[in-house]
Design a binder for this molecule. Structure first.
Ligand code: IMP
Ligand code: MG
Length: 184
């Protein structure tokens, strides 16, 4: 294991169980409808692939990119959507899929864009949420001002995490578990 990788928070089995649970809940919620899943690249790819296989019902997939990080520091959110995206979400129920909810700025930007493009409904599912029960009080107050995700895989402490899609400057996305980056 690389020296900068520290404690493992969730191993592959724990992740698989939780993602199957979410898949079952989403199957029930969207029964009789055909949502468009809008996946925020690239962090959500592993979560997305497992989630849709645990989902028993029709859906379509769209991909957008949102970049808000330089190293481990949050910055401005930059969104990029593909050609024809607006036509494919207008009037449809949309479920946004992201890897991790930190300040909430990314989901807020995506939600605003989808609403402007005429999505019938916008809901959100994230694999991880920082600043849950164990989050730092100030950061928690800040993120709690933003709309919260509708479904959360796991609440996590305020540490920089990698694996299962999450990266540190492009590395470690392929780890099958979620681990914290060592300080210093
Ligand atoms: P937010 O806009 O502050 O909610 O940040 C959300 C985005 O920042 C996520 O989609 C991730 O791409 C990235 N991010 C936030 N925290 C982490 C982390 O601990 N590890 C890797 N990426 C993170
Ligand atoms: Mg991301």
């Amino acid at each position: 294991m690389a020296r900068e990788i520290g404690d493992v928070l969730f191993d592959a089995d724990a992740i698989a169980r939780r993602v199957r649970d979410l898949g079952r809940q989403l199957t029930e919620t969207y029964r009789g409808r055909e949502p468009v899943l809008v996946a925020i690249m690239k962090g959500c790819v592993l979560f997305l692939a497992d989630l849709v296989r645990a989902w028993d019902g029709p859906m379509d997939l769209e991909f957008i990119t949102a970049e808000s990080y330089e190293g481990t520091e949050p910055g401005q959110v930059r969104l990029a959507v593909p050609d024809g995206f607006a036509d494919r979400v207008a009037g449809r129920p949309v479920l946004v899929v992201d890897d991790i909810f930190d300040t909430g700025a990314t989901l807020e930007a995506v939600r605003e864009t989808l609403t402007r493009l005429g999505a019938e409904e916008v809901r959100t599912v994230v694999f991880l949420r920082k600043h849950g029960p164990e989050g730092a009080a100030a950061a928690q107050a800040d993120s709690r001002r933003r709309p919260q995700p509708d479904w959360v895989g796991f609440d996590v402490p305020d540490r920089f995490l990698v694996g299962y899609g999450l990266d540190l400057d492009g590395r470690y996305r392929n780890l099958p578990y979620v681990a914290a980056v060592r300080d210093g």
